[in-house]
Design a protein around this ligand. Structure first.
Ligand code: TTP
Length: 230
């Protein structure tokens, strides 16, 4: 399969490159995923699927992201079911280039965000159960595989600073504790690998540094990221 092929260094790179390869970029809110994706957008063999945040803000005229932050008990199921749909659409979207790079995945939406909402009492148990049933069905029935996860690992404090700087109006009320809780869930999933299945090898990039230093890391690790030689 694609992972084995990309990891098999005995196969020369141009031939390895002909196999399709999917990378999911993960990390807390504000960690720098868009910067990462903008950087790799310049690679000619890579297609980049940015997260459809704008479509979450305008579902037939409804801002589901804003509703979720304003009253999560009432609206988090509405929001997360739409996120799950848009993630699925990106996963199954026909891949034309050798590398498909996705901002997040259906996995972090479920294992980090939905878990966070449920475990902190922001999503009723019945809503969590319905989303979990949908998720389990999609795992069995749809092609949602990824070949590599790039984890941009930043402290909640760094993420908070970056969220403040970008000043997205829906996120004005996000408290540090929310980011701390999401951070723990990303760490449990991708670093300790104790809580949920990890669908692909994980490449960790420390993302607390300034964005220009981070871009140097993108450059140095470029081959690993685009070929999966982790
Ligand atoms: P992120 O997916 O973390 O995207 P980002 O724009 O913060 O990424 P970066 O700064 O690293 O480039 O979150 C976008 C918004 O959507 C954020 O407010 C969190 C929210 N969100 C959820 O609430 N639930 C979800 O399942 C997902 C995927 C995002």
């Amino acid at each position: 399969n694609a992972v084995e092929c990309y990891n098999d260094v005995s196969i020369p790179w141009p031939r390895r490159a002909k196999k399709k390869f999917t990378v999911a970029v993960e990390g807390n809110i504000g960690c720098g995923k868009s910067t990462f994706l903008n950087y790799f957008m310049k690679s000619s063999n890579t297609e980049v699927l940015m997260e459809p945040v704008n479509s979450w803000k305008s579902v037939q005229g409804h801002n589901t992201l804003e509703l979720m932050y304003k009253d999560s008990q009432r609206w988090s199921l509405t929001f997360q079911s739409y996120v799950q749909l848009t993630m699925l659409q990106n996963h199954v979207k026909k891949q034309r280039k050798a590398v498909k790079m996705m901002e997040r995945s259906i996995y972090s939406a479920k294992y980090c965000f939905v878990e966070n909402l449920y475990k902190n009492g922001m999503m009723p148990g019945v809503d969590y159960a319905v989303l979990s049933e949908w998720f389990a069905w999609m795992q069995k029935s749809c092609n949602i595989g990824v070949d590599l996860i790039v984890y941009l690992r930043a402290t909640p404090e760094t993420c908070m600073d970056r969220i403040r700087q970008r000043n997205r109006k829906e996120e004005s009320l996000v408290p540090l504790e929310y980011l701390e809780s999401l951070h723990e869930l990303h760490e449990d999933w991708l670093i300790h690998q104790t809580k949920f299945p990890v669908p692909a090898p994980v490449l960790v990039l420390e993302a607390d540094k300034g964005l220009s230093d981070l871009q140097l890391d993108f450059e140095t690790r470029r081959e690993e990221i685009l070929c999966g030689n982790v």
